[in-house]
Design a protein around this ligand. Structure first.
Ligand code: BGC
Length: 394
């Protein structure tokens, strides 16, 4: 018997700005071109997915995937406040039609990190009407494309947008302010909760939120560090999961898990370097597969069905990717055997792509992309295809 239930969804995830290329009208483009920012390079042409989406979907389907997650670029769809582009909607209608044509189920994210430049300039998530403006965009897209979006994800990782953008200064707007960090987080959770009824009024797709759930542990065995870890867990994990339970938080929850992290109030970054003994990725992240099982249990407390909407490793050594994939899928299978309702697994990522402030150096893809945009599946893509067909070796 397979460890994964019938109808389990298998595939990969991407986001518009990381693969499309030419997204010049958003806050990330400005951040990438600001020499004083944390970003190392321009997203430039991406992997030219904007023009090559049909061949990309065909390739993923040929690898046995039955699902694919992508995002719509808000700055293309609404290039100026309240001004919606018919050409951009027509483009995404073609994209989603091509995806449906391969037989793969679409997970469509409406906001994956990038904001239209005009939205960022007027205060981003801290502007008084930010939630209304976001909700208007969600309603418009749902009206136009609803029939092509079986799974709709409102926002990708609200906690990471708040943490990276407002506390660490690592993402736009590059702010380092604990008060604004919390305010941005509240606005983002509020934006999701307001978007749910607005989308329901226009579309029948199943609505969810994708949260990153790192396994957080105190760096030292002392009371102060312990209390600080609990506070960080509240800000990064509990505030969001508990927030979904109070009202209509949606129909499903996307769990994104990459690593274990050690929290340290004495560190300027608030996190300590991983202790020895944990394999590290190109990002310096500690690999700890069982953390996925633990965080799935935590997410299950929301009562929502779960999908792993991201999980993956940055490495130039594809054998490490195979080990990561097998280790995390075994942890996922254990969570299912223990009764957690997980209905799909989407690996991050389909392709090597633009890794935000780190540029193109970290390689998260099952498929490599040459300078001339030729796609080359790595051995890990074959291993994933075999697991989809046969399950995992026990
Ligand atoms: C994001 C992706 C990103 C990945 C690896 C997640 O935080 O949703 O856009 O590329 O992690 O860093």
């Amino acid at each position: 018997m397979s460890a994964f239930p019938d109808g389990f969804l298998w595939g990969t995830a991407t986001s518009a700005h990381q693969v499309e290329g030419g997204n010049t009208n958003n806050d990330w483009w400005d951040f990438e071109h600001n020499p004083a920012s944390a970003a190392r390079s321009s997203s430039g042409d991406g992997i030219d997915h904007f023009h090559r989406y049909a061949e990309d979907f065909a390739l993923l389907a040929s690898l046995g995937h039955n699902t694919h997650r992508l995002s719509l670029e808000w700055s293309r769809i609404e290039p100026a406040p309240g001004e919606f582009s018919r050409a951009a909607i027509a483009h995404y209608r073609r994209v989603l039609t091509a995806l449906a044509g391969t037989g793969m189920t679409a997970f469509v994210t409406l906001h994956h990190f990038t904001l239209p430049r005009w939205f960022a300039v007027r205060g981003g998530w801290l502007a008084p009407d930010a939630i209304d403006v976001f909700t208007r965009y969600c309603a418009f897209v749902s009206r136009e494309l609803g029939s092509l979006m079986p799974f709709i994800c409102t926002i990708n990782e609200p906690q990471m947008i708040a943490l990276h953008g407002y506390l660490e200064g690592y993402h736009p707007p590059g702010v380092t302010n604990p008060v604004l960090w919390k305010r941005a987080g509240e606005a983002l959770l509020g934006a999701h909760l307001a978007a749910v009824p607005a989308i329901r009024a226009e579309a029948t797709g199943r609505i969810g939120l994708a949260v990153q759930l790192p396994l957080l542990a105190p760096a030292r065995d002392d009371a102060a560090c312990d209390a600080f870890c609990r506070a960080m867990r509240h800000e990064i994990v509990d505030r969001y999961l508990d927030g979904l339970a109070t009202v209509d938080g949606g129909d499903w929850l996307g769990v994104q898990y990459y690593r274990k992290q050690w929290v340290d109030p004495a560190s300027p970054t608030l996190f300590a370097a991983p202790p020895p003994g944990f394999p590290l990725t190109q990002m310096g992240w500690a690999v700890h597969p069982d953390g996925l099982r633990e965080m799935l249990h935590r997410a299950a407390a929301t009562g929502l069905p779960l999908y792993v909407t991201e999980n993956g490793i940055a490495t130039d050594d594809d054998t490490e990717r195979v080990a990561y994939l097998e280790g995390h899928l075994a942890a996922l299978a254990r969570a299912i055997a223990e009764g957690v309702d997980v209905r799909g697994y989407l690996h991050w990522s389909a392709f090597d792509n633009f890794e935000w402030s780190e540029g193109y150096r970290p390689r998260f893809g099952l498929i490599a992309v040459d300078d001339d945009f030729t796609r080359r599946p790595k051995p890990s893509a074959g291993v994933f295809a075999r697991i989809i067909r046969n399950g995992i070796a026990s």
